[in-house]
Design a protein around this ligand. Sequence first.
Ligand SMILES: Cc1cc2nc3c(=O)[nH]c(=O)nc-3n(C[C@H](O)[C@H](O)[C@H](O)COP(=O)(O)OP(=O)(O)OC[C@H]3O[C@@H](n4cnc5c(N)ncnc54)[C@H](O)[C@@H]3O)c2cc1C
Length: 490
Amino acid sequence: MWPASVSTPPTFLHKPRTASSCLTVAIVGGGFTGATLATQLLRHLPDSSSVVLIEPGEPGRGVAYGTQCPWHLLNVAARDMSAFDDDPEHFLRWARANYDSGVSPESFLPRRVYGQYVSALLVRTAALHPGRFLFKHEEALAVRAAEPGGVVHLRSGDRVVADTIVLATGNFPPSDPDLPGKTASSARYIPFAWSAAALNEVAQNGEILLLGSGLTAIDQILALRAREFRGTVHLLSRHGLLPQPHQSAAPWPAFWNEGSPRTARGLLRCVRQQLDEAHRSGEDWRGVIDSLRPFTQGMWQSLPGVEKRRFLRHLRPYWEIHRHRVAPEIDRLIAYQLRSGQTRVHAGRILRYEESAHGVAVTYGRRRTAEPVRLFVDRVINCTGPETDCRKLNSPLLTQLRQEGLIRPDPLGLGVDVDESGALLNSQGLPSHFLFAIGPPRKGALWETTAVPEIRLQISELAHALKFRVNAGLLAMHDHDLEYAPVHTE
Ligand SMILES: Cc1cc2nc3c(=O)[nH]c(=O)nc-3n(C[C@H](O)[C@H](O)[C@H](O)COP(=O)(O)OP(=O)(O)OC[C@H]3O[C@@H](n4cnc5c(N)ncnc54)[C@H](O)[C@@H]3O)c2cc1C
């Protein structure tokens, strides 16, 4: 439960600002990224600064850590899940003190426990900094410039005025895949796997088709089995590839450097050589892939646009399943399902969707042969993963920002366009002085910006950049700021 006292600090709205050290930061989105940024800003900015977190759900959870299914485990080991870049063992210590004293660095804990961790950090930090934190339990619909910063318009009609506004809105929801024959009244099609109703009233012995075979599909299999679903789960994707399992692997020496190839094909060759070498010397391939982690963003940025597109077209599915892996215990469960035939994987392209009162017939052309295969199922759930092209989204906020020219899509349609500090580029390509993005929306610039180890680094960099701006008095201060309260809720 989110304490009401944290959400309505009485002193906050009336605190006077001083030109040298005051800053109000509004964060839109309170999943891991927004909640942890709020925590870091409260810790690092001067006492005169304030933080407003805008989130329609419970802070610290988001899609990933809001699940209550005990089988939904973290896909990163506990040793790498600290919220703080400068304290890598923080989560381990917290989990041992608050969850289970036997947690080891290699444990893969339930994701709901991680949500409790992120939320607890924010509650505790806010309590240590009374009057500096405001939680707005709301959706942001629009952001507009209002010198010296901007104003966030909320669904209730309230507004939040801030010097700096950070978009921490996470992965965009998925778009519908191409399903020829599906109509607006196709009730057996679930467009969003994470919606509360996705698995409601599923026939216990029925057949379910999951579109996609990545981490979202794996989550849905686990959620179905946790509800004692005894029927068959079909997974259908273009390649039919499943995420690989984690396994301990010896560290592999770094091999990418500034002189490495700058083409998708050249990089593939370079990685394959290292994999062969690892194989010959009896080492596991995971060490090679993991050795790339500190360099992945640099590798991505070193590729020209045409090579990035080539990577996305040909190599992306292979990268995803080797880089974003599942906990070993989840892999064992899925392997059992596959052996027993309770879960079946199909590779191909959907040709036809026909829904009737009795079910849905989905016809796909098998990969390589194009031979048509027909599946008859009770429900179809879209597990294709997040949409990345912000032009295709049904989000009032991102649509408004794009239509009013405050943001633009990145050239590859992977997120929003930003400079190296995370400042959003407007429609003319100029960086905003008050509007930043952090986390998954920066995928176009960074490629790997989804998991905690990458995001916590961005959080720490942005927190320190804002601290520097405050300390150096770099904020554009106007005379009237001295009279205005930092946050208006009208
Ligand atoms: C199922 C799943 C499992 C994952 N497991 C792991 C893992 O084990 N380890 C790991 O490192 N990473 C994992 N990830 C990656 C995950 O993306 C990051 O760890 C992290 O959760 C991203 O957090 P976020 O806050 O950026 O995004 P999100 O968690 O998506 O949160 C974004 C928040 O923004 C809010 N929001 C959106 N629009 C608005 C608006 N207009 N107004 C107000 N609020 C808004 C949403 O309500 C949401 O709460 C997983 C991801 C998923 C989807």
